[in-house]
Ligand binder design. Structure first.
Ligand code: SAH
Ligand code: SF4
Ligand code: F3S
Length: 460
């Protein structure tokens, strides 16, 4: 490693919420690297702390302020020692609350929304000139991607790549259209260039990200619009890029070409996160999802026809305003019909300013809790059954890094199940056929059955 002349400053970044926030946090670290900031694991000795927040469910704001309270103590301790700690709040709470944050916590130096990350160096410079705090929650998406640096710290064997941001769907319960703004797709050339860089840095699997990733419609330099299927095809041609995934998709945007991509492009993994939210048509309509339960089931059939080993994951909301016991039962039936390999489920959480918050028929907490538990126990059983079904099978596993125990590696199956197996570090970044010894509720145990070609047998 070459020594830079810039004195190293310590940057602590904490991320909540979706994978897009994880990706954004990496990018913020990249933008700050030329200023001499290097990431550290703890906030105590940091010169700058960035909290990358999520606003999707309740208590996000309270959690933020209690975290800020703790950081204030650290900041004051550093100031007493003649140093400082820049405190920045980024992400969706920053976007939603803006100057409210600095009004309540004046020791916060910077509040910046998701579209302002490329301006971090300039904003940091402005703080040192300004007497008070700086707030930037503008919405010019195009600029952000044009101005983020090309150089980036390696993400590892599995990497995220944001290709689309924002949402125009306005589901009744959701804040994302307000915090992330209108839908915007990056140019395919920019996505391909970033993917090549990630692969050159060791990425073997890339997950394309977007709040509505399958609504992707990036225009190339010639003005032609690419859908996600075409983008996946071009990405699959990058040498060394073994696996592709994308998340999160909306059922309404799963078109014929994308379904065919699951059949025709081997690098596209047979796993799809496809939120359904509810199994009741009444609730789906109240949510403004724009499809019925039956539309979803027929879509699942078409996907499984194209790719018989496709496994599905989903998001479910328990107790949306207006949800009756019959609606809840319809959700349980839909889950049974589909059979999910994995899922996220949440209690409905009122978000101020969204249509659902102002709607009639809010469900009481105890009922929401009970419904959520019923949904989760069914989903847990489905996940355990799916994992158990892999026992005894040969499965291709991408090794991603060292495992928890010495001599072990961690990896993931095509269906995103974590696997551990005894294997040598030289296999990190390769896909190996493993025999699955056991399928546990949350992970699989595997073993190499024969030494991989051109590899020496490693001591077990
Ligand atoms: N764009 C994705 C999801 C984004 S938010 C989609 O359209 O599905 C991730 C998940 O959080 C959602 O799928 C939903 O299940 C959950 N969620 C969003 N708002 C919520 C709220 N107000 N209460 C509870 N769960 C919510
Ligand atoms: Fe939110 Fe709906 Fe947009 Fe997903 S599609 S981000 S749930 S508004
Ligand atoms: Fe949360 Fe914003 Fe992502 S609200 S889920 S961080 S888009």
């Amino acid at each position: 490693m070459t020594q830079t002349t810039t004195p190293k400053k310590k940057l602590f970044l904490r991320s909540w919420g979706c994978q897009m926030n994880v990706y954004d946090s990496h990018r913020m670290a990249d933008v700050l690297a030329p200023l001499g900031y290097a990431p550290v694991d703890a906030p105590e000795a940091a010169d700058m702390v960035i909290l990358n927040t999520c606003h999707i469910r309740e208590k996000a704001t309270e959690k933020l302020f209690s975290e800020l309270g703790r950081l204030r103590v650290m900041k004051e301790a550093r100031r007493a020692g003649g140093q400082d700690m820049l405190l920045a709040v980024a992400g969706c709470v920053a976007q939603a609350e803006g100057a409210e944050i600095t009004a309540r916590a004046p020791y916060v130096d910077l509040v910046l929304g998701p579209q302002s990350y490329h301006k971090l160096p300039e904003l940091v410079a402005r703080i040192s000139r300004a007497a008070g705090s700086v707030v930037d929650t503008e919405f010019p998406t195009e600029e952000k991607f044009d101005h983020l640096p090309e150089a980036s710290a390696p993400q590892g064997v599995t990497a995220f790549l944001t290709i689309q941001e924002g949402c125009d769907k306005f589901c009744a319960f959701c804040v994302v259209p307000y915090t992330r703004g209108a839908e915007y797709s990056r140019a395919p050339e920019a996505v391909l260039a970033e993917a090549r860089r990630l692969v050159a840095q060791g990425a073997r699997e890339i997950t394309l990200l977007g709040q509505n990733v399958n609504a992707y419609h990036g225009a190339d330099a010639a003005g032609a619009e690419w859908g996600l299927a075409r983008l996946l095809e071009a990405l699959a041609a990058i040498p060394g890029l073994l696996r592709l995934r994308y998340t999160t998709s909306h059922p309404r945007d799963m078109d014929e070409a994308l379904i065919a991509a699951h059949r025709d492009i081997p690098a596209v993994m047979p796993f799809l996160h496809l939120p359904i939210q509810s199994g009741s048509d009444r609730v789906l309509a109240a949510m403004n999802r724009g499809h019925t339960a039956d539309d979803y089931l027929r879509l699942v059939d078409r996907l499984r026809e194209a790719r018989p080993d496709l496994a599905l994951s989903t998001d479910i909301i328990a107790g949306h305003p207006g949800e009756t016991e019959a609606d809840h039962q319809a959700t349980l039936r839909l889950i049974e019909r589909v059979g999910f390999a994995q899922a996220f489920s949440f209690k409905y959480s009122p978000r101020p300013g969204t249509p659902a918050d102002g709607a009639a028929g809010h469900v009481d907490e105890a009922t929401k809790d009970r419904r959520l538990q019923e949904i989760q126990s069914l989903l847990r059983a489905q996940q355990a059954a799916f994992n158990a079904s892999k026992a005894g099978q040969m499965v291709d596993v991408l090794f991603t890094g060292p495992g928890r125990h010495p001599g072990q590696l961690s990896g993931r199956t095509p269906w995103l199940q974590p696997v551990h197996a005894i294997a040598g570090l030289e296999l990190v970044g390769t896909v190996q056929p493993l025999r699955i010894r056991a399928g546990h509720p949350n992970s699989l145990a595997g073993e190499l059955v024969s030494p991989p070609p051109n590899q020496e047998q490693h001591a077990a």
